[in-house]
Design a binder for this molecule. Sequence first.
Ligand code: ZN
Length: 139
Amino acid sequence: MKSYREELWFNTPHRRGYINITDQVERVLDKSGIKEGLCLVNAMHITASVYINDDESGLIQDYDDWLEKLAPHDPVSGYRHNNTGEDNGDAHLKRQIMGRQVVVAVTNGKLDFGPWEQIFYGEFDGRRKKRVLVKIIGE
Ligand code: ZN
C-alpha cells in the first residue's frame, strides 16, 4: 500500500470564507500516483471546516446566513469561550456543524464523487495562515 501526504495553506482576507478546493485536491491526487484507495481531506484547525456540497449559485451565502443565525459572531460577549480574551467562540461552533473532514473514494486515479459533489474549505476565523491536510492511501 502506498500513502501520500500534503498540506494546503489558506489565508482568507475576511473572518469567514468558503473556497472550492476540489482542483487542489485533484492535483494532490495526481501527484500521489495512487489509482485505487481513499482520500482524506481535513481542516487542521478547530475554527475551520472541510465539507462537500454543490458549487451552486447562492448556496455559499445561504450557508453563511444560516451559520450566522445559529451562532452569530456578535455580540462577542455572548460566548463564554470569549472570556479567555479570544473572539472566536462562534467560529468553534460553526466548525462543529460544518464538520472537520471528508473522505472520498479514489477510483481509476480520480475522486469518485456523486453528482455535483465538490470539496470546500470553510473558514470561520480567518485573516491568518491555516492548513488543510490531504492524506491518500491505496495503490
Ligand atoms: Zn477559540
